[in-house]
Ligand binder design. Structure first.
Ligand code: AMP
Ligand code: ZN
Length: 125
């Protein structure tokens, strides 16, 4: 059973279209609540996004009903980074970024967590 009872969907949202299979993606992981796929413009040798399947615009809209789903994203991130070739902690590791709102640098308004890993230097951060 999915954590959220129904998946909110926004017809104009590019990540909802990826969830629906209307836009292709290079999938890293999928279950009933989450999708992880490679970023189309990677900033690091390993760069994928983790999103809830439900349309939530950003971190700013999170409520206690999302705790389990966000926890799942955080717990899965490291496992998926390793599966994509990240070296183990502490020599390797990974970075998690969640841009939120205009000042936060958010461009796509469907909540997503960037997972970045691999040998430095990286392009952006
Ligand atoms: P943000 O600035 O945090 O909203 O970042 C949005 C990210 O989504 C950027 O890193 C884009 O490269 C990425 N992105 C946009 N469209 C796609 C797509 N169709 N497939 C994969 N990644 C995408
Ligand atoms: Zn969406």
């Amino acid at each position: 059973m999915s954590i959220l009872n129904h998946h909110a969907h926004d017809d104009n949202c590019i990540f909802c279209k990826i969830v629906a299979g209307e836009i292709p993606s290079k999938k890293v992981y999928e279950d009933e609540d989450l999708l992880a796929f490679h970023d189309i413009k990677p900033w690091a040798p390993i760069h994928f996004l983790m999103i809830p399947k439900a349309h939530i615009p950003s971190m700013a809209q999170l409520t206690p009903e999302h705790e389990q789903m966000m926890g799942k994203i955080m717990v899965k991130a490291g496992e998926l980074a390793l599966s994509q070739g990240a070296l183990p902690y502490p020599e390797g590791g990974f970075r998690i970024v969640a841009n939120t709102g205009h000042h936060g640098g958010q461009e796509v308004h469907h909540l997503h967590v960037h997972v970045l890993a691999g040998e430095r230097p990286w392009q952006k951060i």
